[in-house]
Design a protein around this ligand. Structure first.
Ligand SMILES: Cc1ncc(COP(=O)(O)O)c(C=O)c1O
Length: 378
């Protein structure tokens, strides 16, 4: 039996989504811009999907732009917002995904001033810290709704409210939050918000950007009038249909939090810290530091025994770097290298989390000290 607990990386397709996608690939082949029946069918189906995606976040369909995924949505929101103002300063947080951090840094290289606000030990970036970083010349604040490594939910609404009062654009990366917690763009008061379908049991290669009614971003793809001129290119109707089905399903959520809590309670007497446990966090995510253990060894040991999880570390050019996010929270490099992320989904069963916890209790002591190292395990 394989146990997949890496759902923050990506999720398996929901059977109903797969079914809808297969049907759409076979039957809905018209170009949504064509005036004939095939084109009209495609148009109707993509607009229905847009309604479904909008409903998931409390938006209207006209405010939803389909993109290729979370990375494109974040890039579009950040680069698209900047020419709209003559102000010279951008605020973001140290726990953002690279698809936010790197565009912001690129704007820094192009002459913008940037401020990156650190989280506290809990993983939360306190609203007051972000608000204190705002200056009269701030043009954009970008802050994620939920973190991909810790699941910590950020006080987006509190910051967005202040931005609205001061005429500053606010972008929110909700890629990890969408489908896992309730989102209401009106209540949050954001201007733009990113989503990615593959995090909620739909295929990779499609996402959406919410753009508040009345806001026009600088277009970043030219060459067509699709998506109300906000994103040129023939629409990917089958993927949009699949996203729409997944968005409908995501409005009804089983209690994954109870399963996650059960998992954390069954890690036995291992020396652990659960990151983000003192603040609101996603119900599916458990970021656990196994003090003294080598996380890579734990991940490999679990994989060999049928359980897929991940470290908070990014493996680049063969060297495992400690997670930037965990370091920003104040964990030491050793603690960051001892941290494993378990991320559940609506399909995770009690039997699976029991199996995972049992294996963790077995493998972690072996991956500690002179025990199982990544190299020996691999
Ligand atoms: C918080 C966050 N933002 C953005 C992305 C990028 O989304 P995509 O994979 O759809 O490009 C991810 C993906 O892991 C993410 O976790």
């Amino acid at each position: 039996m394989r146990v997949y607990l890496d759902n923050n990386a990506t999720t398996p397709l929901h059977p109903a989504v797969l079914h809808a996608l297969q049907d759409a690939l076979a039957d809905v082949y018209g170009n949504a811009s064509s005036i004939h029946k095939e084109g009209q069918t495609a148009r109707r189906r993509i607009e229905d999907a847009r309604e479904s995606v909008a409903r998931l976040i409390g938006a209207t369909a006209r405010e939803v732009v389909f993109t290729s995924g979370g990375t494109e949505s974040n890039n579009a929101a950040i680069f698209g917002a900047v020419p709209l103002s003559t102000r010279q300063h951008i605020v973001t947080t140290a726990v953002e995904h690279p698809s936010v951090i790197e565009p912001v840094q690129e704007l820094g290289r192009r002459g913008q001033e940037i401020t990156i606000v650190p989280p506290d030990r809990s993983g939360e970036v306190p609203a007051e810290r972000v608000i204190a970083a705002i200056r009269p010349e701030t043009r954009l604040v970008t802050m994620m709704l939920a973190n991909n490594e810790t699941g910590v939910i950020q006080p987006v609404g509190d910051v967005a409210r202040v931005c609205r009062e001061r005429g500053i654009l606010f972008h929110c990366d909700a890629v990890q939050a969408a489908g896992k917690i309730d989102i209401d763009v009106e209540a949050l008061g954001v201007d733009t918000l990113s989503m990615s379908a593959h995090k909620l049991h739909a295929p990779k290669g499609i996402g959406a950007l919410y753009v508040r009614k009345g806001l026009t971003l600088e277009a970043y793809l030219l060459g067509g009038s699709q998506e109300r001129r906000r994103r040129a290119g023939t629409e990917n109707v089958p993927l949009a249909i699949a996203f729409g089905v997944a968005a409908e399903i995501a409005r009804e959520r089983p209690d994954v939090g109870a399963m996650r809590d059960h998992f954390e309670l069954h890690l036995g007497d291992l020396a652990i810290t659960i990151n983000g446990a003192t603040v609101p966090r996603l119900p599916n995510t458990s970021s656990v530091t196994f003090h003294g253990a080598d996380a890579e060894g734990v991940v490999i040991g679990l994989d060999l025994n049928g359980v897929a999880v991940s470290t908070g570390s990014a493996c680049s050019s063969g060297r495992v770097e400690p997670s930037r996010i965990l370091l920003a929270m104040g964990l030491t490099a050793d603690e960051a290298r001892s941290t494993v992320r378990f991320s559940l989904s609506r399909f995770t069963t009690a039997e699976e989390v029991d199996r995972a916890a049992e294996l963790v209790r077995e493998i972690v002591p072996r991956a500690s000290g002179r025990g199982l190292s990544a190299r020996e395990a691999g």
